[in-house]
Design a protein around this ligand. Structure first.
Ligand code: SF4
Length: 302
């Protein structure tokens, strides 16, 4: 489903903070390069899980309304997509934006040893549930890996390491045990750490400044604004205009960035930005992205 290829040099995000005229780095290289590499999509090692296991609807940019557990009509027998090259032409924004963060190959190749839901129809339902669980865990560890590289959040290192260690243990469990995990409890602990990491970074960037925190910025026009250190976490930013903005240390954790205009914007040093957010936003060749993320091919003509 994913149309981008991540660049190899993961974890080399460099961000800067403004202190007067002095710019300080905000990130260091992650200690979790291998982990981050494993969160790159590899559809060849998957069995089309995202195109089968998930519910999706036409209104969200998918080809049609489909219940969970039913393969998309465009999924071919070798698990490739019949319209992969034409997703943009067909305006399949949901397909273009989706990122399983490596959960597909983890489940198909590692957990089930290459056995697919088609080979073992009696286990299909379990495989789909395991995919959903692993996808959620991968989203959380992606953020944890970034948090581990945020210099002002250094004091959280031990907690982050413990959570990543837990993730590793969970994803080596047998499917039946994996499905017993209390994901919400794990999420609560992860969210607490990510919140602290964001606060420490914001303090580092603009000491003494109170965060202007709202939750809705739909359609708001920020064109060319300096939004360094702004907290956009969990915000609705659909069709907001961030064109030409400066976004050093701007926190995008969980923000809905569908059709957000990030043309000519500098996101190279933002916090908690994901490939799925970038895929769903509107950028161009002048948009600067963190080195961990790739430029969607659909931006070429925007
Ligand atoms: S069109 Fe169907 S098969 Fe192709 S990427 Fe989208 S969901 Fe998957």
């Amino acid at each position: 489903m994913q149309i981008c290829i991540y660049i190899e040099q993961m974890g080399m995000v460099i961000a800067v903070a403004e202190k007067g005229n002095k710019m300080n780095t905000l990130h260091r290289s992650t200690r979790y390069k291998d982990l981050v590499r494993s969160l790159k999509i590899d559809c060849k090692k998957c069995s089309g899980l995202c195109c089968t296991a998930l519910y999706f609807s036409k209104s969200e940019g998918f080809p049609n309304n489909k219940p969970a557990g039913k393969p998309c009509t465009n999924l071919m027998s070798d698990y490739s997509c019949a319209v992969h090259r034409n997703l943009m032409q067909y305006n399949l924004k949901g397909c273009m934006a989706f990122d399983c963060l490596g959960a597909g190959q983890k489940v198909t190749s590692d957990i089930y040893g290459g056995v697919s839901w088609k080979n073992r129809p009696e286990a299909a339902s379990e495989i789909f549930q395991v995919f959903l669980a692993v996808w959620q865990l991968h989203q959380m560890v992606w953020y944890l890996a970034e948090a581990s590289a945020v210099i002002p959040a250094e004091k959280l290192a031990e907690d982050i390491d413990a959570l990543i260690c837990e993730y590793r243990n969970m994803t080596t469990l047998a499917p039946a045990q994996l499905l017993q995990i209390d994901i919400e409890e794990y999420r609560t602990r992860v969210n607490r750490i990510l919140k602290k990491a964001g606060e420490l970074a914001a303090k580092f960037i603009a000491p003494g400044k109170n965060a202007d925190k709202r939750s809705e910025y739909m359609g708001r026009n920020f064109k060319k604004a300096n939004l360094n250190g702004q907290d956009f976490s969990m915000s609705l930013m659909i069709a907001a205009n961030l064109e030409g903005c400066s976004l050093y240390g701007t926190n995008f954790l969980g923000a809905d960035m569908r059709d957000t205009n990030i043309r000519n914007a500098d996101l190279s040093e933002s916090l908690f930005l994901t490939q799925a957010q970038v895929n769903s936003a509107q950028g161009n060749e002048n948009t600067k992205l963190p080195k961990t993320l790739c430029r969607p091919s659909s931006w070429k003509c925007q």
